[in-house]
Design a protein around this ligand. Structure first.
Ligand SMILES: Nc1nc2c(c(=O)[nH]1)N[C@H]1C(S)=C(S)[C@@H](COP(=O)(O)O)O[C@H]1N2
Ligand SMILES: [Mo]
Length: 339
């Protein structure tokens, strides 16, 4: 399920063994699964004898309780009827199986909606009632959340009516490894791995990695991208040439089948609601390039002494340069001009 991937939230990861959630932080929770179910379009037609002509939206009510500003509701969201009818009805399913097994409890057992290409919030879990409405659901998740504001909207002026409602997922991607702030000792290449996804029926065409915060971009070799499927992510890996040392900023962006891509910086599309902030995911890593002779020499000195270069924040325990070598270099290039 593709959540609106936000950059600042704690997120939850489901454990297969315990059918429970575990709290993590980082790039938001995202996964790809194979769902089996019945098109809602079919159920409306066969079981309900169709909907009235004024039906514009289908509202899904979950069996769980939802609190908002001291009010108590059931989880409620909606999708346009037009979406329900699209592509023979395959885009809005009443799903009862996930990856060939009954839905796990945490993923909506016994029945959930699966709305392809939309943010995860529309895929109502534990669905027990469906209402045909002329307007979108009045549920707070539909009307008061997942709103996209301009960067100038905040606590001082935000209203439910001055942000637009997010339905389709934007292009999104993330680096899974290395981890942020990792020290990497390498020989001129660093391997990165991650995922990329796009909503709205678009698929991932290309993934690019920047070793310098978003100026130069290297494309992932198409052979290093997993297979294309409709409504599914693609996993990628790349051996990135890295010459520079010290703190470097890597980021990833994806291009989808409609040529959409991601804003390079959070500030390019910062949004008060924090939902679906799809700007390029970036990490800082500390590069130690042992294909550089000076670095290779220093690493050998650490090894001879049975020491580690990490943590890099602690000073070096041995002298950086023998006095004779230092003096030879100093006298060749004295600090002050000679005359
Ligand atoms: N009934 C109900 N359905 C729900 C939610 C919820 O809180 N209650 N959360 C939604 C959100 S925000 C997301 S991202 C997806 C997560 O689906 P998953 O647990 O299968 O990943 O479920 C959606 N459906
Ligand atoms: Mo979500």
């Amino acid at each position: 399920m593709h959540h609106g991937v936000s950059r600042f939230y704690a997120s939850t990861v489901w454990s297969e063994e315990s059918d429970r959630y575990h709290i993590t932080t980082g790039e938001g929770a995202i996964g790809t699964a194979v769902y089996k179910g019945v098109p809602l379009k079919k159920v409306l037609k066969v079981a309900c004898g169709g909907v009235l002509p004024e039906c514009g939206h289908l509202e899904f009510i979950g069996a769980d309780t939802y609190f908002k500003k001291l009010n108590v509701f059931n989880y409620a969201v909606s999708v346009p009827y037009r979406k329900v009818r699209q592509h023979g009805g395959e885009e809005v399913l009443l799903a009862y199986e996930m990856n060939g097994k009954p839905l796990p409890k945490m993923h909506g057992y016994p029945l959930r909606m699966v709305v392809t290409g939309y943010i995860g919030a529309r895929s109502c879990k534990w669905v027990y009632r469906i209402n045909a409405l002329s307007e979108p659901s009045m549920g707070p998740v539909q009307r008061q959340e997942y709103l996209y504001f301009t960067s100038q909207v905040g606590k001082q002026n935000a209203k439910y009516s001055n942000g637009f409602s997010i339905q389709q997922m934007p292009v999104s991607s993330a680096i899974l490894s290395p981890e942020d702030k990792q020290v990497i000792v390498h020989s001129g290449t660093i391997t990165l791995k991650g995922w990329a996804y796009s909503g709205g029926g678009n698929w991932v065409e290309r993934v690019e990695i920047s070793p310098d915060g978003g100026h130069v971009w290297y494309a992932v070799d198409p052979d290093n991208l997993t297979e294309k499927h409709y409504h599914a992510w693609r996993l990628w890996s790349i051996d990135l040439p890295v010459d520079a040392e010290g703190w470097l900023e890597f980021c990833v962006r994806c291009w989808d089948s409609s040529n959409n891509t991601e804003p390079t910086f959070v500030r390019s599309a910062w949004n008060w609601d924090l939902h679906v902030t799809s700007s390029c995911h970036r990490i800082k890593i500390y590069s130690v390039n042992k294909s550089r002779p000076e670095t290779a020499k220093r690493l050998a000195q650490f090894e001879e002494r049975g020491l580690d270069i990490q943590p890099i924040t602690l000073p070096c325990e041995f002298t950086l340069e023998p006095v004779d070598e230092y003096l030879a270099a100093y006298r060749k290039r004295p600090r002050e001009p000679k005359n």
